[in-house]
Design a protein around this ligand. Structure first.
Ligand SMILES: NC(=O)c1ccc[n+]([C@@H]2O[C@H](COP(=O)([O-])OP(=O)(O)OC[C@H]3O[C@@H](n4cnc5c(N)ncnc54)[C@H](OP(=O)(O)O)[C@@H]3O)[C@@H](O)[C@H]2O)c1
Length: 317
């Protein structure tokens, strides 16, 4: 089969495209012929050697994709050959075929095709646990999202708007601001400036922060008894936090990693059904993904690294 792989860590030049052996499935796996692969920032960290990656010679990157089940292991009962499935936490996804443990293969409902599933899977499941497990905001509460037009931000903001919550955020360009406003967001502030922070500080029940560098700003934006939901460092490392300072204003900091919220088939099923229902009801719209062929993986990595992309970047085997 064809795959995108690398033999040493480094820049995009280490990526190679070529023939590798097709994976063999175990008795609890399904073999998926991949239609679309989701490219994520974590894949760039992995390529650079800065993030956990599954041992494999050569390294095959990627954990997210969608496609058709073409073979099932002897003990598989949940999936059938011919079904379309999504996976968001399975290694070696940058390939034509992926061996997916049955518990990690999520069946797609009518109305969600493999292109949409690969565009929203990992970022959408992340938005789901941030909103429903950590944020738990009530209708009419005000929340703030840094990087609101990023992949997670676009889905999270529309999910919260659909849940009746008042959403505000920050973004770096007029185009990104207009996009968020078209999704029902009340106001969007310029993310690379901060004069506006003091005009709205202390007003929000929750600030969702996946930028990292903005953690102090997020703490300033929340009110006493409010919380920051910290989930990533797209803009750089966060400041160190003093728990005594948090206590003196009754502010809390919550964090989470998607892998800890996807620990069983039932959990993946419940979360994905909740996510998909926002899309099938038309409550969330996303930008068209930018699609590169798997053989153009190097260009796709370079494009994502520029930070200019608005929608999802997909690879097509
Ligand atoms: N905890 C988890 O389980 C989990 C799972 C998935 C993703 N994540 C994290 O979630 C975050 C967002 O992921 P994503 O896939 O949505 O990425 P993305 O589409 O690249 O969005 C990241 C956003 O961060 C903003 N940003 C980047 N650099 C910035 C800076 N210097 N200052 C201010 N804003 C900056 C950008 O917005 P502007 O340019 O408009 O400001 C961009 O829209 C990442 O940190 C990622 O690692 C966490």
């Amino acid at each position: 089969m064809k795959a995108l792989y690398f033999e040493q860590f480094g820049g995009s030049e280490v990526l190679q495209y070529g023939e590798l052996p097709q994976p063999k499935i175990g008795k609890n796996d399904v073999l998926v012929k991949v239609a679309y692969i989701g490219l994520n920032f974590a894949d760039i960290y992995r390529r650079r050697g800065e993030y956990h990656i599954e041992k494999h010679a050569p390294y095959i990157n990627g954990y997210e994709g969608a496609g058709v089940v073409v073979e099932i292991g002897a003990d598989v009962t949940k999936q059938k050959v011919g079904e379309t499935v999504l996976f968001v936490d399975v290694p070696f996804a940058n390939a034509e075929y992926v061996a997916v443990p049955s518990d990690q293969a999520i069946q797609l409902p009518a109305g969600i095709d493999s292109k949409l599933a690969a565009s929203i899977g990992l970022q959408g499941m992340t938005a789901d646990f941030l909103a429903h497990d950590l944020g738990k905001n009530h209708p009419d509460e005000k929340v703030f999202i840094t990087g609101i037009s990023g992949g997670v931000g676009q889905i999270l903001s529309q999910m919260l708007v659909a849940d009746g919550i008042e959403v505000y955020g920050s973004a770096s360009s007029a185009e990104k601001r207009a996009l968020a406003l078209s999704h029902g967001v009340k106001e969007v502030y310029p993310s690379r400036e901060n004069a506006w922070v003091e005009t709205i500080e202390g007003q929000f029940a929750t600030a969702y922060d996946g930028v990292g560098l903005t953690l102090q700003q997020s703490l300033d934006l929340i009110k006493h008894r409010g919380k920051v939901v910290f989930f990533g460092m797209a803009g750089g490392d966060p400041i160190k936090i003093d728990p005594v300072a948090l206590m003196s204003e009754s502010k809390s900091l919550l964090t989470g990693d998607l892998w800890d919220y996807l620990i069983s088939y039932d959990e993946r099923k419940t979360r994905s059904e909740r996510l998909f229902s926002y899309f099938t009801k038309g409550q969330i719209q996303i930008s068209e993904p930018t699609i590169f062929s798997l053989s153009e993986g190097k260009q796709a990595h370079e494009y994502l690294e520029t930070g200019k992309s608005i929608g999802k970047v997909l690879l097509k085997p």
